[in-house]
Write a new protein. Sequence first.
Length: 203
Amino acid sequence: MTSDDKLLANAPLGRSARAERAILDATRELLADNGVRGLTIEAVTARSGVAKTTIYRRWRDRDELALAAVWTDLDTGLESPGDLGDTRAELVAFIEPVVTTLRSALLSNVIRGLASEIATNPELSRVYREELIEPRVAQVELVVKRGVQRGDLRPDTDARLAHEMLVGPVLYRLLFSGAPLDDDLGSRIADAVLRAFASDSDG
């Protein structure tokens, strides 16, 4: 352990948080410059000024660090919609920030670069599911529960499928079709999901 690591290990939370922020900021800058394939832990160390051992104590490898850098931005922008008293409004509030966030050139490029890594790296896939997917599924589960209680959604509505139907079109456009992430995309997706799971009383 380096002297820097010893100090950080015994440092107040504020210093540790500053080190983590420096690492993630440096990672985002390097991702913007070179993409995922060009990212190295050595480069992050050089730009952030934080020891390599400190980085490895928090993240296993380059891909997990890149995912963490993306997740920090996504987590900041993707708050739970909460109870808005209207199921459609809650679905729109869930998906619109996803569309807006993924319009960012940096985040969209990183997601593209990480897609194949997530598909082929079991450990990275696990981290992605646990830290990005499952918390978002849990948010949709709450929206679905309230929608069922209001009579807007059928009692057998599958929250996980609803989540996939909300996010799937955005990622498909980002990764494959190249269609724009336009301003009303979130609203159109929410309407489609609402129709798919509408209660029988809604016709």
